[in-house]
Design a protein around this ligand. Structure first.
Ligand code: FES
Length: 157
């Protein structure tokens, strides 16, 4: 996953890209996630200042959505879909397997990997689905999960 360290100048440019409109906060937060990988306290302060919102308002939105991470991710990000179609096809078992295989709990992280739930990857016809570093995989059995994580350039464990 390629993200850059947080810096105020880049953050300001991202905010300006949305004309610093407070109603665009969710979209701006997504842009921050793409660029920086997570939403830091410094980012929340800057967003509040530049969008003329209170810090509590920004915090409220950040904590409401599952997508916004409030701590830096590991080098790889593995998401296991928890939505209905995937649950029906065994995503709970797959999540337990992923946690064991990666050595981190769901929502947990190590330097190597962050393991997160996700609520539909738009791949319901091929459930259960996972996403690894932005790439979606379908019909993921526990064996296939192990194969997928083994092919990452930097070994996870
Ligand atoms: S429910 Fe898992 S991809 Fe849609």
């Amino acid at each position: 996953m390629t993200t850059t360290a947080y810096d105020k100048q880049t953050a300001s440019e991202l905010i300006a890209g949305f004309d610093a409109r407070p109603e665009m906060l969710v979209q701006i937060l997504h842009a921050f996630m793409q660029r920086f990988g997570w939403i830091s306290e410094a980012a929340i302060r800057q967003l509040a200042t530049e969008l003329n919102l209170s810090r509590a308002e920004v915090h409220g939105v950040v904590s409401y959505y599952h997508d916004f991470r409030t701590s830096p991710p590991g080098r790889h990000i593995v998401k296991v879909c928890q939505a209905e179609a995937c649950q029906a096809m065994g995503s709970r078992e797959l999540s337990s397997h992923a946690a064991k295989a990666l050595g981190v709990e769901m929502h947990g992280r190590s330097d190597d990997v962050t393991l997160e739930p996700v609520y539909c990857l738009g791949n319901c016809a091929c459930s259960p689905a996972i996403m690894v570093d932005g790439k979606t995989y379908g019909r993921v059995s526990t064996e296939r999960f192990d194969e997928i994580v083994a092919t990452l350039q930097e070994p996870l464990r």
